[in-house]
Design a protein around this ligand. Structure first.
Ligand code: SF4
Length: 113
């Protein structure tokens, strides 16, 4: 198989994948029960950024900087753009959950029977 010069070397892509896999395993172990996928809103934000990026290969739907397939990469909560155009949002879940609990507390009298 020929390497495409627009992408990182296959060796570098393998290292990226290994690092990401390790990070994902650690995250799942440390955050048992937490979702590993972002919601549709964040997914759309991420993919919209990619679609305007000069590193986005529209035909392959891959990032030429890291070699990743964007529809999958953008779904994973702890993944991030290698050029820092969008970030890992794993810390966001705690904030969102905390806000949800506060909202439920304030709605308490309206929802309980
Ligand atoms: S992940 Fe980052 S560098 Fe890659 S296509 Fe998306 S915005 Fe561009």
């Amino acid at each position: 198989m020929n390497e495409n010069e627009n992408y990182p070397s296959l060796e570098q892509q393998a290292k990226n994948l290994a690092q990401f896999s390790w990070d994902l395993i650690k995250y799942v172990r440390e955050n048992e029960g937490s979702p590993i996928a972002v919601n549709n809103e964040i997914y759309r934000e991420r993919t919209a950024i990619c679609k305007t990026c000069d590193k986005f290969d529209d035909l392959e739907r891959r990032c030429m900087e890291c070699g990743c397939y964007i529809p999958a990469k953008a779904r994973i909560i702890l993944d991030s753009c290698p050029l820092n155009k969008w970030k890992d949002v794993s810390g966001e879940w705690e904030r969102m959950f905390s806000n949800l609990l506060k909202q439920l507390d304030s709605d308490d009298g309206n929802t309980e029977s």
